[in-house]
Design a protein around this ligand. Sequence first.
Ligand code: ASP
Length: 320
Amino acid sequence: MRKFALAIHGGAGTILRSRMTAEKELSYKKALEDAITSGETILIKGGRSIDAVEAAIRSLEDNPLFNAGRGAVFTNEGKHEMDASLMNGKDLSAGAVAGVQNIKNPISLARGVMDRSEHVFMAGLGAQEFAKKINAEFMPDDYFFVQMRYDQLQQAKESDTMILDHTVDKARPDENPFGREKKFGTVGCVALDVHGNLAAGTSTGGMTNKKHGRVGDTPIIGAGTYANNKTCAVSCTGHGEFFIRSVVAYDISCLMEYKGLTLKKACDIVVMDKLVKIGGEGGLIALDAKGNIELPYNSEGMYRASKKEGEDLFIGIYKD
Ligand code: ASP
């Protein structure tokens, strides 16, 4: 029996201590702790890493603080188009959905694609139809309405830009703390169970003001999510276009598999060098088959938490 371990993220971006209220910080920490607990409860009982990943992500999707599920950002048309994926490192099985609407827990729909279809990746209307077929939980539009995210959309439209979910404009400390937030509030989880199996999953609403049909890295196996028992499990958050072009999650696994690098070295190369060189802001959570955890990011902060069996819970938000 191995020792279990898991890590989660709630997005990276310019998350500054100076812009955070004590109350807001507490709610983020509580949300991260609740999500870790959902996954840990499964792993403690000897449950599977893929189930822990789904449970932790569902908890984050149900919390409007994060850009996934309930708190998903608005598209340019004022809608929510969500993406999610998960992968089982034991047999490389995977499931993913893109551009789904009104689905309460996109990660569970991705799980449905993995377990109950012959496909890996389903998008748009076809994914919606599949969701109905497997009785996925649908929610009305107002469930996904979060005023702060609606305000973000109006600002993004004014400047005609696509905004990432957690980044504040550092030059304007006096403005509404949510006003110019550019944060990647995507959520994700990586887990190692006592049977030695790794799993990873990621879920997002994407980027504020994104065009109808835009798909980021989150649902793309190898870009936003990857797991392989031979190497590691990875879940990313950041400017999706760059993460797709860098095939981030698989690149980390490849550096370990073909070059024999440690998880730490592989993460450093990809997040702090390769991504930075092409202007790709963000971070990721990664866990290897030995239970080592890395939580690297090249932005100002990243909502993150990790727990190893027999050790204390770690929660981090800022760089220091
Ligand atoms: N990676 C996500 C995307 O580009 C955004 C995020 O991480 O918040 O859709």
